[in-house]
Design a protein around this ligand. Structure first.
Ligand code: COA
Length: 265
């Protein structure tokens, strides 16, 4: 039995990272957070990996949040450090050069929901549910949840989650804006893998530049964002991938024009 806190598997161009603490609904420990960061680093360093997906082990949970048994033992400095560590890991995920998918197979609560929101795409099974129960514990999200929720679903929806503490099914979340697809539970992995394959065909550098520009959109005034976008465009434009992509389009066009001319003659 694999006892690593995070299990990494390769499926073609997809690196799947599985949180491995099913008996505690994959509640986060510092070891699991460190293993997730290490798994991310490893996937980012591997050229064959184009897309990274994260899921939870066991039949019930993606991740049920921070480990409450450990949280209650912390003093205020310890809690602060724990939040900063969680924020750092999730920010690295949010900013990762490769596209990321949260493959949500069950409860995504507290830190688990924050983890999903830090990914570029959220694909959920019909068994998934999402929530920030922290307010019911007289606390609040602290791994970036208040900021990421507003960025991903707007202030009104974010308040609904954070201030009510209510859990919503994937179906209820369909219109909230952060969820990209809901599929039958048994089809979850195949859907994620097929989607990853569609992303994997694109040039990794163009993907990285586009993602950086998108991530800056919520952080800058429009004029600064447009300047940043133009600069990213120019940097990417000189890459071999961009030259090849544009050239390939033109070659196909010219070949089509030539064949049309031959037929008419
Ligand atoms: N931290 C530590 N342990 C947790 C946990 C968490 N966040 N979430 C679940 N667990 C543990 C439970 O204590 C239980 O362990 P035990 O079998 O040793 O008693 C095990 O995981 C299974 O959970 P259980 O509560 O029995 O499952 P359930 O299906 O009845 O309920 C939840 C599922 C998700 C509704 C419930 O576990 C829950 O509310 N968890 C806390 C979620 C939360 O508040 N997250 C934010 C933390 S800041």
């Amino acid at each position: 039995m694999n006892t690593s806190p995070v299990i990494a598997e390769q499926h073609g161009a997809l690196r799947l990272l599985t949180l491995n603490r099913a008996d505690k609904l994959n509640a986060f420990t510092p070891e699991m957070l460190a293993a997730l960061e290490a798994g991310l680093d490893d996937a980012l360093a591997d050229d064959a990996t184009r897309v990274i997906a994260i899921t939870g082990s066991g039949p019930k949970a993606f991740a049920a949040g921070n480990d409450i048994e450990r949280l209650v033992t912390l003093d205020s400095a310890g809690a602060y450090r724990d939040m900063v560590a969680g924020q750092r890991a999730l920010l690295r995920l949010h900013e990762s050069a490769k596209p990321t998918i949260a493959m949500v197979n069950g409860f995504a609560l507290g830190g688990g929901f924050e983890l999903a929101l830090a990914c570029d795409f959220v694909i959920a099974s019909t068994k998934a549910s999402f929530g920030f129960p922290e307010i019911t514990l007289n606390t609040m999200p602290g791994w970036g949840g208040t900021q990421l929720a507003v960025a991903k679903m707007g202030l009104a929806c974010a308040k609904r989650f954070v201030l009510s503490g209510r859990r919503h099914t994937a179906q209820e979340c369909a219109s909230f804006g952060f969820l990209h697809e809901i599929v039958e539970h048994d089809a979850l992995f195949d859907t994620v893998r097929e989607f990853a394959e569609t992303l994997a065909v694109y040039d990794p550098f163009a993907m990285e530049m586009a993602k950086r520009a998108l991530n800056r959109a919520n952080e800058m005034p429009l004029s600064a964002g447009l300047d940043f976008e133009a600069a990213q465009y120019a940097v990417n434009f000189t890459s071999e991938g961009a030259r090849a992509g544009l050239r390939q389009f033109m070659e196909k066009r010219l070949a089509r024009r030539a064949s049309t001319v031959t037929v008419t003659e």
